[in-house]
Ligand binder design. Structure first.
Ligand SMILES: Nc1ncnc2c1ncn2[C@@H]1O[C@H](COP(=O)(O)OP(=O)(O)O)[C@@H](O)[C@H]1O
Ligand code: SF4
Ligand SMILES: [Mg+2]
Length: 363
């Protein structure tokens, strides 16, 4: 007899208490170019080097850093377009390394990607109907008639005219093409979308519209985002948490409000000081933190703290003994406050952007 206290096992797809996505110590090394007469492999390119973060259902993680720091590679590893060299990725309670082919198919529908350049990611010879409907066809989930109805309703939802179902990508503007990419990504109701610089190629005026659309769709569909951007201004509104990457590693990760009001890492300070402030008086008075020198090669990263060759604090504030520590000792990621992790031997709060970006109130 079944009584009220009989435990009903939760379906495997809804584990309790685990984040939707959990990335633990994940690295992706690419083989270096062949070199020398013996044809030996060059040193590996450490595109991603031991990153850890998690994303809850329906939440957005902003992933920010200069070009070449490993953001896209991280996104591709999560989406399983690339295999990680090491580390563990759990999605929806399961380790994705050992997925069987059938589970892999469902994983592919649960994680989608949106790319920076919507034009190059859309087949120019396919109509919007074919592009947005493709995931349905691949998964074999709907009849042609059903696909058309689904696609048109999705087109409407992302702000495209459903009558343009038979048009081709070149007939749309950049912003509209990004909407097509979003419709395609959403068409299978994924649990997570990796948005790889989705607005970087768009005009500033269109950027906000696309970010707002993504936010609306997130509340409607409960989808989580990993939102990649190269500067901190784009993710400020949309992200719940923000991770700042440099040379394949996460320098700092925190809740959005904490990161923008009290950043601890010198690299975050530098990125923040590059975000324009609308109030000219505040803009004039603020301190600029310059990032000198080029991004080192990920196949030959600096010793100790990978950021030491460009760190202003290292150059201007530290004693010789402290500098030596930065040069020789790899920082251990420490949790400064709950959920606020930083990779630096000498983290120290500095005013962030929150006050500078406040409008109205005079200071
Ligand atoms: N397929 C690849 N083969 C070799 N190196 C790669 C490959 N993809 C990316 N890289 C290198 O890995 C590093 C990180 O690249 P990427 O993840 O694209 O950075 P981001 O998206 O932050 O600009 C760069 O140095 C890049 O040149
Ligand atoms: S460990 Fe040293 S070099 Fe690295 S970020 Fe901190 S202060 Fe700068
Ligand atoms: Mg990239």
């Amino acid at each position: 007899m079944i009584n009220e206290t009989t435990a009903v096992p939760a379906p495997a797809s809804t584990p309790r208490g685990e984040p939707l996505l959990s990335v633990r110590n994940v690295s992706k090394y690419f083989p270096g170019s062949h070199s020398g007469l013996l044809g030996r492999r060059g040193t590996p390119i450490k595109a991603v080097d031991g990153v850890s973060f998690s994303v809850d259902q329906g939440q957005t993680l902003g992933l920010v850093g200069e070009s070449g720091c490993g953001k896209s590679t991280t996104g591709r590893v999560i989406s399983k377009l690339l295999e990680p060299t090491s580390g563990e990725i759990r999605f929806n309670g399961r380790d994705i390394a050992g997925l069987k082919p059938r589970e892999m198919k469902s994983y592919r529908s649960e994680i989608q990607m949106i790319f920076q350049d919507p034009f190059s990611s859309l087949n120019p010879r396919h109509t919007i109907g074919t592009i947005v409907g493709a995931p349905f066809r691949i998964q074999g989930v709907k009849t042609e008639h059903g696909i058309k109805a689904e696609v048109q309703s999705m087109m409407e939802r992302v702000g495209l005219n459903p009558e343009h179902y038979n048009r081709y990508p070149h007939e749309f503007s950049g912003g509209q093409r990004q909407r097509i990419g979003i419709a395609r990504a959403l068409s299978l109701r994924p649990k997570l979308i990796v948005c790889d610089e989705p607005v970087s190629a768009l005009d500033v005026s269109v950027q906000a519209q696309v970010v707002n659309l993504l936010e609306d769709l997130q509340s409607e569909f409960g989808v989580a985002f990993v939102f990649i951007a190269h500067d901190l201004s784009v993710v400020r509104h949309i992200a719940d948490r923000v991770a700042v990457m440099y040379l394949g590693k996460i320098m700092e990760i925190a809740d959005r409000d904490t990161l923008y009001s009290e950043p601890l890492h010198p690299y975050t300070h530098a990125l923040m000081s590059a975000v324009p402030v609308p109030d000219p008086r505040k803009e004039r008075r603020r301190e600029r933190i310059l990032l000198t020198g080029d991004l080192p090669s990920p196949s030959n990263p600096p010793t100790g703290c990978v950021f030491h060759t460009r760190c202003q604090k290292f150059r201007e504030e530290l004693t010789d003994v402290q500098k030596n520590r930065c040069r020789t000792e790899v920082p251990v990621v420490t949790e400064n406050a709950p959920g606020h992790e930083v990779y630096c031997h000498f983290p120290a709060p500095r005013a962030g952007l929150t006050d500078l970006l406040k409008t109205g109130a005079a200071t």
